[in-house]
Design a protein around this ligand. Structure first.
Ligand code: FAQ
Length: 377
C-alpha cells in the first residue's frame, strides 16, 4: 500500500519504518525524520520554464470542452499521476499552487531571520557552525520552492516584488521574536517539527515539481528538528536557569506552532478543493492533532510542561485533547500586526537593496563567461 492511502497515523508510521535509523524508537527524538527514498531519476528532474499556457495536452484535444479537460485532469489526479509543468491544468489549480508554493518559499526566506539573529551569539563554535548550516539550508529551500513556482508561469522577480510590497503571505510563525538561545532550540524542535508534519504529505502532492522539491526539504528539516531537540535537551538537563530558559521558550512557541497549521477546518477556505486536487493530503486540524500527539511525549521526555491547562490524554480517542487556540492572535499576525511583522519585512527590503551589487556582479560574471565560451568555440 502507498503511504497516503492509509490514515494519517499509518502514513507517518510507513515513513518511520522506511529507513533504518537509530532514533526511530526514541520518544525524545522525532519520529518523523524518516522518509522513504525516491528513485534517483526523479531527483535528477530539471524544471521547465517559459511555459505555453495551454500545454501540449490542449493542442491534442483542441475540440474538447473545458469540462472534458477538467474531467481528464481530475482522473489523472485521482489515479495519482503527477501533473507536470507542460500538462494542461485548470487555472484555479495553477493559481492555488502559485499561492501556496510562493507563500511557502517566502516562509523559508523570512524564516532565516529569527534564527539568523543568533549566529553571532551562538554559545560555542560547534553550535555556530550547525546554526549557519541550518539557516543556509532554509535559504536553499526557498530557492527550490521559487524554482518550483516558476514552472507555473510566475517569475522569481514577481514573487520577490510581492513579498517586499507586503502583499504576499508567509508563515505567521516567523513574526515572533527570539530573545534567548533557547528560542533557537524551540524553533528547531517545534517549528521544524510542525513544518515536517505539514510537508511530508506534500512529497506526494499531485504537482510533480513541488512534490520533488519537498523530498529533499523534508530530509533536511528532519535534521533541523533533531538539532533543535538536542539544544532543548542540553538546556533541560543543564542548570536551573538553563531549564527555565527552555521552559520559557516552550511557553512562547507552543501556541504559535499550533497556529502554523492554519485555521481550523471549519474556517479553512482552501482545504476541501486542495484535497480534491491532492495538493493537500490531510486537513489543517488532522495535521495539528498529529503534531500535538507526537510532541507532548517529547516535552515530557525533556521534563518540560506544555503551557496548556486543558491538555489531557483521551483514552477513548487515543489522542491528546488540547485547549482553544486564540485565533484572534493568529488573524492579527496575518494582518501584519504580530510582534515582528514590520521588522521582518524591513530586514528583507534592506537585504534586497544591499544585495543589488551582488546581483549585478553575478549577471556581469555570467556575461563574461558566455563571451569567453563563445570565443573558445
Ligand atoms: N501563516 O484555507 P487555508 C517552515 C493563510 S515552512 C500565514 O487553510 P491553505 C520551514 C492561507 O495562506 C512554513 N498564513 O489555506 C522553516 C490562506 O490565505 P490566502 C510554511 C496562513 O493554503 C522552519 C488563509 O490563511 N509552510 O517552517 C497560515 O489550504 C524553521 C486560509 O487558510 C508552508 O507554507 C499561516 N500559518 O493551508 C524555515 C507549507 N495558515 O492565501 C525556517 C505549505 C494559513 O487565501 C525555520 N503550505 N494561512 O490569502 C500549506 O501547507 C498550506 O498553505 C497551509 C494553509 C497549511 C499553510
Amino acid at each position: 500500500m502507498e503511504p497516503g492511502e492509509q490514515g494519517l497515523g499509518g502514513f507517518f508510521e510507513a515513513i518511520r519504518h522506511a529507513v533504518n535509523c537509530d532514533t526511530k524508537n526514541v520518544v525524545g527524538a522525532t519520529n518523523l525524520c524518516h522518509i522513504a527514498s525516491v528513485p534517483s531519476k526523479v531527483e535528477k528532474c530539471v524544471y521547465t520554464q517559459g511555459l505555453d499556457s495551454l500545454g501540449k495536452d490542449a493542442l491534442h484535444v483542441a475540440s474538447a470542452t473545458a469540462s472534458a479537460l477538467e474531467a481528464r485532469f481530475q482522473a489523472r489526479v485521482d489515479a495519482d499521476d503527477k501533473i507536470e509543468p507542460k500538462d494542461w491544468m485548470p487555472d484555479a489549480y495553477r493559481h492555488t499552487l502559485i499561492r501556496q508554493i510562493s507563500q511557502h518559499a517566502h516562509s523559508e526566506i523570512v524564516g532565516m531571520l529569527p534564527e539568523g539573529n543568533w549566529i553571532t551569539r551562538a554559545p560555542s563554535l560547534r553550535r555556530k557552525a550547525v546554526l549557519i548550516a541550518k539557516v543556509q539550508d532554509e535559504g536553499g529551500h526557498g530557492m527550490y520552492l521559487y524554482s518550483a513556482a516558476e514552472t507555473l508561469g510566475i517569475s522569481r522577480d514577481q514573487m520577490t516584488a510581492q513579498l517586499l510590497a507586503g502583499t504576499a503571505k508567509y508563515s505567521s510563525i516567523f513574526n515572533y521574536p527570539t530573545p534567548t538561545w533557547a528560542d533557537v532550540g524551540a524553533i528547531g524542535w517545534l517549528v521544524d517539527g510542525a513544518a515536517i508534519m505539514n510537508q511530508i504529505p506534500i512529497c506526494r502532492c499531485s504537482y510533480g515539481p513541488y512534490a520533488r522539491a519537498m523530498v529533499r526539504i523534508c530530509r533536511e528539516e528532519s535534521f533541523h528538528q533533531r538539532q533543535g531537540f538536542e539544544i532543548m535537551m542540553t538546556l533541560a538537563r543543564g542548570t536551573p536557569e538553563q531549564k527555565r530558559m527552555a521552559q520559557d521558550a516552550l511557553n512562547r512557541w507552543w501556541w504559535p506552532s499550533l497556529m502554523m497549521f492554519g485555521p481550523s477546518d471549519a474556517e479553512s477556505k482552501h482545504t476541501a478543493q486542495s484535497m480534491r486536487w491532492k495538493i493537500k493530503r490531510f486537513s489543517n486540524d488532522e495535521l495539528r492533532q498529529h503534531f500535538v500527539d507526537v510532541t507532548v511525549p517529547q516535552a515530557e521526555f525533556l521534563g518540560l510542561k506544555v503551557p496548556d491547562p486543558a491538555l489531557r490524554w483521551d483514552e477513548a480517542s487515543q489522542h491528546y485533547e488540547f485547549g482553544a487556540i486564540d485565533w484572534s492572535e493568529f488573524n492579527n499576525v496575518l494582518k501584519g500586526n504580530g510582534p515582528c511583522n514590520r521588522e521582518r519585512l524591513d530586514a528583507r527590503r534592506r537585504a534586497w537593496d544591499e544585495g543589488q551589487w551582488v546581483r549585478e556582479a553575478a549577471v556581469a560574471h555570467a556575461e563574461k563567461q558566455k563571451q569567453r565560451a563563445a570565443r573558445a568555440a
